[in-house]
Design a protein around this ligand. Structure first.
Ligand code: RFL
Ligand code: PHB
Length: 389
């Protein structure tokens, strides 16, 4: 089989790229290791930047997002059990973020792809990428015991942090930067009314807590936990008791609790691999970089990579401009590093890493500064809504 582009991974980055290429008439195939049901069941990010919303609109997958997404004009930082609003629109010429789950984004992109009959192979095992250093790359995979080969012009590595694409690059060609944080996030999803109408990031003596939502009747909450804690150690009641203790009193009182629909622990990591292109192979999303979830940037960075990758692919395949491929890594990494900085900064500001009282006073002073200075508020707001592409 021959395709212009082989996309490895049917997460949000792979599906978004596939759809944009379809609309541009570029023949592509998506190869995914898991089943479609598994891909559609994953609970992950929940806050979309305007640039991500715009890309989903370009992909023609925004009908439900327009109807059900909740626009947030502010985000909140809570220290010492007091919550301070940072206006987003007022500091960014009217920009907002939209609460809409990654699970729903993935479903909407799958639906448009399936409706068009575009080629997607689920349960593709042993994906191997070959000869991406030359002019004739190809990808092999096994489906139902048979090995298939797809010859192509370009390979898009959209296969997440543990995927095969980055791991196929010789170590001498890639530089990686990594920071592992000494804690995780225990998340709980429940059909309860969200306790706050926008996202709240709380630094408390008991550790970090986050209030978010998927709809006006579905809450998503997180608490900082030990890095090697296990979800089995947390009954729903234990979660609600601990979560309540980390909220400002008026929120603790208003908190509605109920059975969990999902509960899981995620480790926190900052990671960047440079460059993001190796000959005919380009990496996007978690395959190339990971941010800690504080700031909700993982999915949004995956989407902005796809914006740049799409330009590179069109420049190369339609305009025969080899320089377009060279530009991809530079353009994407410029935004990646700035976003890594914001996620790292917000993680440091809102979590308790150790009990050093000096560090905590520095965080309090920093919070006092960014929330009272116009420049400080603007820095938070313009990063939270997403830096320009
Ligand atoms: P994804 O979503 O990981 O998709 C990659 C896809 O590639 C498939 N795959 C392979 N397919 C074929 N062959 C192979 N060898 C393959 N290896 C892997 C996988 O099955 C998968 O379908 O990457 P993508 O598209 O780059 O999207 C990135 C986002 O998913 C990610 O940045 C965010 O979800 C990160 N993230 C969060 N971000 C936030 O902004 N807020 C959050 O609350 C949040 N929570 C999370 C998260 C990521 C998590 N994990 C485990 C990575 C919670 C978790 C648990
Ligand atoms: C979420 O809704 O899951 C969410 C919101 C904000 C974050 C991280 C996760 O920073």
């Amino acid at each position: 089989m021959r395709k212009q582009v082989v996309i490895v991974g049917a997460g949000p980055s792979g599906l978004l790229l596939g759809r944009l290429l379809d609309l541009a008439g570029i023949d592509n195939i998506v190869l995914e290791r898991q089943t479609q049901d598994y891909v559609l069941a994953r609970i992950r990010a929940g806050i979309l930047e305007q640039t991500t919303v715009d890309l989903i609109h370009r992909a023609g997958a925004d009908t439900r997002l327009n109807a059900e997404g909740i626009r947030h004009h502010a985000m909140h930082l809570a220290f010492d059990y007091k919550s301070i609003a940072i206006g987003l629109s007022e500091h960014t010429n009217g920009k907002v973020v939209t609460a809409y789950g990654q699970t729903e984004v993935t479903r909407d992109l799958c639906d448009v792809r399936d409706a068009e009959g575009s080629a997607t192979v689920y349960e593709a095992s042993n994906v191997e990428i070959n000869d991406f250093d030359g002019d004739s790359p190809y990808v092999t995979y096994v489906k139902d015991g048979t090995t298939h080969r797809v010859d192509c012009d370009l390979i898009a590595g959209c296969d997440g942090y543990h995927g095969v694409c980055r791991q196929s690059v010789p170590l001498s060609a890639i530089t990686t930067y990594e920071k592992i944080y000494p804690f995780g996030w225990l998340g709980l999803l429940s059909d309860t009314k969200p306790v706050a109408k926008e996202v709240v990031y709380a630094n408390t003596a008991r550790g970090f807590a986050l209030c978010s939502m998927r709809s006006m009747t579905r809450s998503r909450y997180y608490i900082q936990c030990d890095v090697d804690d296990k979800v089995e150690n947390w009954s729903d009641d234990a979660f609600w008791d601990e979560f309540r203790l980390r909220l400002p009193p008026e929120m603790a009182e208003a908190l509605e609790t109920g059975p969990s629909i999902e509960k899981s622990i995620a480790p926190l990591r900052s990671f960047v691999a440079e460059p993001m292109r190796f000959g005919r192979l380009m990496l996007a999303g978690d395959a190339a970089h990971v941010v800690p979830p504080t700031g909700a940037k993982g999915l949004n960075l995956a989407a902005s990579d796809i914006h740049y990758m799409y330009d590179a692919i069109l420049g190369f395949l339609e305009d025969h401009d080899a320089a377009a491929l060279d530009e991809y890594s530079r353009r994407a990494l410029d935004r990646v590093w700035k976003t890594e900085r914001f996620s790292w900064w917000l993680t440091n500001l809102t979590h308790r890493f150790n009990d050093d009282p000096f560090e905590q006073r520095m965080k309090e002073a920093e919070l006092a500064y960014v929330t009272t200075s116009d420049a400080g508020r603007q820095m938070v707001a313009e990063n939270y809504v997403g830096l320009p592409l």
